[in-house]
Design a protein around this ligand. Structure first.
Ligand code: C2E
Ligand code: CA
Ligand code: CA
Ligand code: CA
Length: 274
């Protein structure tokens, strides 16, 4: 729009250029950070809903951008997704997390997978080789994915999921209850677990309708015989409600924030002392 002589003043948006520029810089820095293996992985406790004992962790990527400080995954994951960096990033997180959980034999590991990672036809093979290299039993691993891809490209999604499950991992439908989560996907794709989105959990403190919705959601999972993890549990009252409703596993700040492996290690040691 800049080259048209007239109207130039209206069409020129310096703030848009600045935004684009900032995004380009972010992308360049992210690429470098991934190549240099500078991303970190933190682990959030997942507890058994009945006794609140540590039974698993979810791996979450962290990026401390040189010269700037921490950048939220809500910012850098979408950039990685739109630039293809997600393939490398995703496998890095999986590899690092698998190495880490070897020290906690009884603990399950959940890792997030972006829809874009399915575009790589060798994805399942790469995942399998991570399990081999790290000697981690795939039965301990759950790959979490949101439904976006299943809506966009159901056939390819099904094929990708089938290949992954042949490796022996479980597949969870993440963020259920946020957006258009549909029962159809749960059944059609044979998910092994449902993760109730934190927005639904946090609404519990706000009134009865949320409790009804939660109950219906858990009942649904029950009828399909799919275990349920609730995420974003911040208060004891939420934890108790979720427990009563029949959720199987709980996760959230009330039980523990995402933390370095060394911190999880302390919880794990304490757990195994009893
Ligand atoms: P998610 O998979 O839904 O992960 C849960 C998010 O909720 C995490 O945010 C976690 O820190 C946050 N959370 C946990 N407990 C609570 C709580 O009690 N209250 C509140 N308010 N939040 C809680 P985080 O780490 O910022 O990650 C955001 C999203 O970025 C993740 O959402 C996931 O979609 C994506 N992400 C993070 N790491 C990776 C990765 O390695 N690969 C991919 N593909 N995506 C990732
Ligand atoms: Ca997740
Ligand atoms: Ca989630
Ligand atoms: Ca999410």
């Amino acid at each position: 729009a800049k080259e048209t002589g007239r109207g130039r003043a209206e069409d020129y948006h310096p703030e848009m250029d600045a935004e684009r520029e900032e995004r380009n810089m972010l992308e360049i820095d992210l690429r470098i950070a991934i190549e240099r293996r500078e991303l970190a992985v933190v682990y959030q406790p997942v507890v058994d809903a009945e006794d609140w004992r540590l039974i698993g962790v979810e791996a979450l990527a962290r990026w401390n951008r040189k010269g700037y400080g921490p950048v939220s995954p809500e910012i850098f994951i979408p950039i990685a997704e739109s630039t293809g960096l997600i393939d490398q990033l995703g496998l890095f997180v999986l590899h690092r997390a698998c190495e880490t959980v070897r020290q906690w034999p009884e603990i399950k590991l959940a890792v997030n997978i972006s829809p874009g990672q399915f575009r790589d036809p060798g994805f399942a093979v790469h995942v399998g080789s991570v399990f081999q290299k790290t000697a981690v039993d795939p039965a301990r691993i759950t790959l979490e994915m949101t439904e976006g891809y299943f809506i966009q490209n159901p056939e390819r999604a099904r094929a990708a999921i089938t290949k992954l499950r042949q490796l022996g991992v479980s597949i969870a439908l993440d963020d259920f209850g946020a957006g258009f989560s549909s029962v159809g996907y749960l059944r059609q794709f044979g998910f092994d677990r449902m993760k109730i989105d934190k927005s639904l959990v946090q609404a519990l403190d706000e009134g009865n309708r949320a409790a009804d919705l939660l109950q219906a959601t858990v009942a649904l999972a029950r009828s399909l015989e799919i275990p349920v993890t609730a995420e974003g549990v911040e208060t004891q009252s939420q934890a108790l409600q979720l427990q009563l409703t029949g959720c199987d596993e709980l996760q959230g700040y009330f039980f523990g924030k995402p933390m370095a492996a060394e911190e999880i290690d302390k919880i794990y040691m304490a757990r195994n002392k009893r």
